[in-house]
Every structure is written in C-alpha cells, then in structure tokens.
Design a binder for this molecule. Sequence first.
Ligand code: M6R
Length: 610
Amino acid sequence: MCGIVGYIGNQNAVNVLMNGLNRLEYRGYDSAGISIFENDSIKTFKKVGKVEALKGIIEDRNLSSKIGIAHTRWATHGEPSDINAHPHSDSFNNISLVHNGIIENYSTLKQKLIELGYTFKSQTDSEVLTIFISYIYSQVKDLEEAVRLALSEVEGTFGIAIISNYEPDKIIAARRGSPMVLGIGDDELILASDTSAIIQYTRQVIYLADNEMVVLDANGYSTKTIGNETTTNVIHQIEYDLGRIEKSGYDHFMLKEINEQPQTITDAFRGRLLIDEGNSRLGGLSIIEEKLRNAKRIIITACGTSWHSALVGEYMIEHLCHIPVEVEYASEFRYRNPIILPDDLIIAISQSGETADTLAAIQEAKQKNATVIGIVNVVGSTISRETEAGVYIHAGPEIGVASTKAFTSQLAVLALFSLYMGRMRRVPIIEGQRIAKELSLLPEKINQILENADNIKDIAHKFYKSKNFLYLGRGYNFPVALEGALKLKEISYIHAEGYPAAEMKHGPIALIDKDMPVVFIATKDEIYEKMLSNIEEVRARKGTVIAIATEGDSQISKFADHVIYIPETLPMLIPILSVVPLQLLAYYMAVELGRDVDQPRNLAKSVTVE
Ligand code: M6R
C-alpha cells in the first residue's frame, strides 16, 4: 500500500526520494508525489499513475534540496488523481504532509475545520490531518507540539512525515499502526515506510514504535511518544543484501522469487534443523516453551496466501502433535468474539508483518489473555513486535505482490514447528529423523521442479486464453489448490477457483465443459486413487485435465491431458513442492497475457487498512 520516504542530508534529496519511491513501487500504488524546499519555500509535485509519470514532470527542472518527503498513494478516500495524491499542503502551503493509514475521525475533524473557515481541495483524510496540524500550529506556534497535539486527537492509523516553512530545517515523523523506519547514515537520515528504500544508503535502522514521533534535523534525531514521554531506541542492522531487492537479470521479481525458493527454504532451516535428534530448534519460541508444552488447542489466524499456509499448518500440527487446530481468517476472527480458552495458543502468520486485519486479530486475542506467537517474514515489523514470541521465516524481501517464496518458507517453518511440538508430545525419534531428513532434501527437489520450467511454460502457452480455471486437491493438496487459484487470479486476472476435489460433484461440476481446464494436484498418497476417480468425472464431461503428479507415476498420463511431475516426499511436505509448478503456471500465463506481473492492478503488497 502507500509508501513514505523522507530525506535530510548532503545529497540532493530529490534523487534519494525518487530512488526511494522506485524501491517502494512493489507495495502497490496509484499516484506519487514529492515535496522539497526550493528558494526557501516548499515545492510540491504530484501525479496520478506510476513514479515514472512523476519523474516526467520534474526531470527538466533541475530541482535540488537537502530536505524532502515523498509518497506513493494507494487510494482509500477519494479516487486516484493528481489532487488526491500526496503530499498534501495546508491552505498557505506552509506545511506539507505524507500519510499512510486511515484517519477514522476525519469527517468530524473536517467539519470542525470547515466551521473555522478552512477549505479543502481533495477528498482525502490526509489533507484533513494536514490542515488540522496547521490549525493547531496557529494556536501553539511550535511545529513539533502542533503535530503531537493533533495526533493525540486523531483516531485510526498513521505513518506520517512533515516538512514546514515554519521550521524548514526539520522533518517530523510519527507512526501508529503503520510502519516507519529511520535509517541512520553518515551525515544523512533517511526515513521510510520500509527498509527497501533505505538499504542503499545505510544498514543501520531504528524501527519506530507505535505512538512514537521522531524529529530529524542536520544534527541528528530525537524521539518521544505522542503522549510526550521520552523514548529510547535500539539501532538494528538490515540483514539482507541489496541484490535481494533487485531483479538481477530476471524479467520479473516474481520469477526471481520463485527461483530463489531452494535458497529461501535453506535459509528457513539454517541452524534450526536437527537431523540426528529428529527435531528442530526454534530459538524464538524458547521463552514460551512451557506454554507450548501445555497448549491444548491452536488457533492460526492470517489472510490471503498466509491463510493458505495456515491450512497446511493445521494438517501438519494435527497429524504430528494431535492437538486440535482451528484456522481463522483474521478479518473474521477479530469481529466474531472468538472463544479463547486458557491453554490456547494463537499463531499469526504474515509475510509483511503489517496486515491490518491480522494485527487486529492479534490485539483481540491479547485482549483475551491468549498467548500469541508470530510467523513473520519482515524483521522488525509490527506483528513481530506485537507478539509474545515468534519465528522469522527468513525469506528475505518479497517484492512481487503475489506471494511465492514467503508461502513455501511459511510452510517450511510450520513443518519445523510441528516437528518441535510433535517431538514434545508423541513423535518418536525415528519418525522425527525421517521428517527432518526429508525436510533437508526439499531445496534440491525444488531445484528439480524449476529445471522443468519449460514444460510448464508450454502448458501455459496452450491455456492462457482460457477464461476460467478450476484447481482441485485433497488432503495436504487442498490448500495448494486454493493457493494455485489465487496466484492465477492475482496476476493474470483469469477467473479461478480452488476446491477440495471431492466437493466438485456438489456444485462446481456444473461448470465443466470443453472450455474448462481443471488443474488436479494428484500426487501419490493414500487418497490418490480417489483423485483418479475425480479426474475421470471431469474427463467424462469433456473438461481438460492438467495434473501435478509424482515422478514415477506411470498411471497418471492415461488420465490427464498434461502432466507436470514433481519429486516424491512425505505427504505433509508435498505442498512445499506441489505449489511451485502452480506458481510458474500462473506466472507464464500472466506473461503471455502481458500483465503487470509484479504490480497487478488493485493489489497492494502489504494491506495496512481493513
Ligand atoms: O503480509 P501478509 O502475509 O499478512 O499478507 C496477507 C495477504 O494480503 C497476502 O498473502 C495476499 O493474499 C498476497 N497478495 C498473496 O499473493
């Protein structure tokens, strides 16, 4: 969703800000803008469309400034337009503000400001906040205090950055429920809503806490809470390399990230997989070991692709640990007054660590005294900080909006977690060793699937004009069917549905005709024969079958029109392999259709609004 960059230092701020906006493009946005100082006054440029369009209106102006703020907007209040784009200014262009999040009481504030004689140009809640700060400044004549007092009255979420003619040597920033990171370089400070806009300049960062403000000037930075209390900060190191956020020769980030999976799975296992002991070591959970031992039920909550990995996790944990598991959409969990018992364990899964619904579900669970742990990718993200303990998946930055490597790394971590919990309870060492050994073989097996990409590309070429797809799987492959369908929808805009294969005859079978390709994830397991029957039912109605099958399966080619083979592994680990050809299939179809694979329409990488 929206992205923020701010800069203060000796370089030309315009270059750093525009570069930062490029780095934030992956989050999904519809307009971009920048405010800097020129001849001692604020100059703002903003444009609907891509950052490239903004570049087009500033590149001949030779702009130069030591301070500035910039933004990519994902519309919430008001359509994507030049006027609604950020930064927003107050009536006399004395304050310029960029904002991520939603000001929930903006209409009350707006009404009050209208009564005081203020006027508005845009339809946004962010302009209301800008003018509200301006109004308070007119009373208190101190910018920092005006920002602090205004934010004390605001309801909702925000990450903001402000520059002002009143105090032109400063940037003031603050956050509540929307991430904000401060990069500390040599003689320069870079502010951003995520580290990808910072890493080129410095690896030293501070993650602002909720309700924290920071003031930056040429001498450094100082922080305090919106409640006016002093705060102390820990400086963290960004651990990934710049190469992780560059395409490195691939046509798209999504393709790069699909191909990174042998490495990202290896990274998820590093230092954690104990083959001889048939166990795993998850350091981030050691502080709650006793609670894990006593857990009587697990509730996993997440959204989107992370919700699909939660479903796989449910099967894994119930299978190895014999603990009942429930999987909840975070957006439902938060509003339906869930029953949480004293020995329940809540797991929140999130790639970004910023998803608003997942965060709200965590707050709801904490409110009810539950133990909440996180399985998160982005280090220092809000969910990683709001949970009592957790496990990072260490997939590195995921830039493609469609989640790929984060999904398989979530599954890898869920497998480690199930093994760890299972060994505490009922899994004997021999079985533990077998699982751990199989886990260690997964990166090489993913490599083998990737080597077969040309076959998948050919299949994509045959089917990319289809208007609808069905994805069917059973057991561990049912969530994979959901994920395969979601991937296709997200990046190709082809309509696709995922179902448990046996459900087909209860309704979706009515859709089957010669124009309906059906993807069966039919790997060898105890329900394989039943999958063959389901395939027959589709064939009998002239549907076309694409099967994901296990290498060495000599039967399947008699049933399916096209087969993609994957290596054999334990049933509980199959999703980590079977999803990879589906990611590639979606990717190649989207490319055939000329879609914007990395930034599909309407989608945002981290969904920080309800
Ligand atoms: O960052 P999260 O894992 O919490 O995000 C959840 C969903 O928004 C996300 O998985 C979404 O469905 C992706 N676009 C899937 O590709």
